[in-house]
Structure formats: structure tokens, C-alpha cells
Design a protein around this ligand. Sequence first.
Ligand code: C2O
Ligand code: CU
Length: 390
Amino acid sequence: GTTVPGFTLNGTSPGPLITVTQGELLEVRLRNENITDGTTLHWHGLEVPNGVDGVAGVTQDAVLPGEDYVYRFVPTHAGTFWYHSHQVSDPQVTGGLLGPLVVLPASGPTTDAELTAVIHTYAGRRTLNAQLHHPAAPGSSVRIRMINTDPGPMPVWVAGADYRVLAIDGRDLTGPTPVRERGLTLTAGARADLEVIVPEGGARVQVPGAGIVVGEGGPEGTPVPADRVDLLSYGTPAPLGFDPEHAARVFDYRIGRRFGLLDGRPGLWWTINGRIYPDVPMFMVREGEIVRMRISNDSGDVHPMHLHGHHITVLSRDGVPATGSPWHVDSLNVEDGETYEVAFVADNPGVWMDHCHNLRHAREGLMTHLMYDGITTPFLMSRHTGNRPE
Ligand code: C2O
Ligand code: CU
């Protein structure tokens, strides 16, 4: 009911749903009509070649008004993803320069129907961008792809039916069991694919203040469930595909906060291993190495940590080992006081951002890079989260 200033793609925000089948070549032409700061598109959660990662100042220059830029890649994994600007991303992403991207499995769908829902807050108003009433016959299965494009964690839940968490961050979970009257915390930047078997009378997929009806109806106005699904123990174990005990590198990513100078400006800034951006560690790896990282947070705030170009596998949280399905993520909710042990295989050479997806925090220095040995970049980062024309 209100109009707010913002950014659009093809005239809308969120931008168009991009659907592609796993293994197909995707080509997207970005044309900047009139964003004076320039813009880019980053493919959040997709393991694209580094050159099309869309990070201004790292993998390309920002695309200025009147300019074009073509992204071309083959999605390797089926799942739910999204795209957004990576030039002065706060305020561009906050202002709506984003959209959903779905990679369909080459083997065909596993549910009878599906829908995609983008959660985004515009000028203080939470919105759920989806087909808000999805007619479906009782007994049929529906996959609901939830995408949290906001800077903070978002509870999602289903009222009137059990649900299963089929996938997180574009990676299927093994052995997902039905969940009842429990919510799921969707990390900033993260995606969850929920499966609902439509009951007689219907169900409602909820975020605080908004919902999607599947089937006939479903209970309205249910409160946020106090209980949450813990992905550390959800589902059944399966091989990780690599052995984290054979790590060639072990890194610490300690998040803190202190007074200091960021780019000459005094303030209370985020720190990584005690240091303020840009004087922060760069994590150096070689292709093929197994990497372990210990992400700890002592900063007084939650940080949704996001590594580009890779999925990380959660090994433990606060010393409690993961016992459920392999939990592969690109966006990890690290609460104040928490410590996560994660691991990944360095299998995608390049220079990759590793930052907080509360993009204001990134601008305030909570960002660094994962860098492969022998790789350089001709692009230059300037202040904040972008490059030219500043
Ligand atoms: Cu979704 Cu570096 O971003
Ligand atoms: Cu943060």
C-alpha cells in the first residue's frame, strides 16, 4: 500500500525468477540503466567460476550506467539460490536489487508441485513475495523454496501440517523426518526447501506477519514456535565426500568488535582475529586442499557468515559434533558466544569473499577473502563493499 524508493530488475523487485536445469548453460545479461554507483550480480550460493562471481572490486568492475555485463555459467547443483548486487551491496540489496534463482534437478522434480518465496523487508515492511495461495489437492506434496534476503535470521514454520526440511542452501538433506510445531531459523542469505503433504483443510507456511496458503486454508495467526529444528542433529548421517581429519589448513575466523579506525574513520568496528578491515587475515589455500575453519563470535551480535564459491560443512557447534544429515551451507548463523567448526574442500580456484551477510556489518569491515595460491586479481576494492566510481 505504500511506495518506497528502491532498485528494480526488469522493472520489479524482487527481480524475475530465473529457472535453469542443472547442467544447462545459463546466460544473463545485466544492463545498468541508471544506478550511478554502478552495480553487479552475484549468484549467492552457486559455485560459479570465479570470473562470474559478480563481486565489484574483486572479480569485475562495477557496471556503470549504460554499460552491459554478461554472466555465463553452468550450475553444478540443483537447488534454491538467489542473486543480488555486490556493489555497495548495502544499500543496493537492502533496496531490492535481488531475485530468486532455482536450479531444477536433471532427474526431474521429487514433489507434485513447488513454489518459490522471497522474504524481503522494504523500508521496514516485511514482505513475502510468492504466489500466496497455492491450490493443491489433499495428499499431494508441495516443495516450498524459502529465501531469506534480509540481514537477520528469520523464523519459518508451517501451521496445520507436518513438514520436512528437504534442503538447506541448495543441498539436499539425507533422511529428513517430519517436523511438527517447530520452526526453522532461516539464516540471512540462506534458503530452505520445505515439503508439505497437503492435509484436508490446507496448511499455511509462515514467517512472522505473512504466510502462504497451500491447499484450502490452514490456521491463521499462529505464533512463532518456541521450538526450533536443530540442523546439527536433523536427518541421518551420510558420507561427507571428504575427510575433515585430513585438513591441510586450519584457520581461525574470530569475530569481535572494538574501537579503532576503519579507512581512517574512528568508530566501533567489527574485527577478524582482532584486526580491523582492511588489515585482516586473508585465508590462503591451494587447490585440492581440505580446509578446516573455526568460526567464533564474541562480538555481541549475530553474524550470518557467507563464503563465496564453496559450501562449508558443519562439523560441530560449541564442541557438540554434528550427528544428523551432512549439513552443507553457504550461509551460517553464528550467534554471539557461539563457535562453529566447519570444513570444506578448496576445489574452486579464485579470490572469494568470506563475509557477514548482514551487509551493513560487511560495510563495517566484517569481510575478508579466501585466496588460492597463485591467483591474482586486476580489480581494486575501494571503501565499503564496492569499487568505482568512488
Ligand atoms: Cu550474498 Cu557476498 O553475498
Ligand atoms: Cu554481522
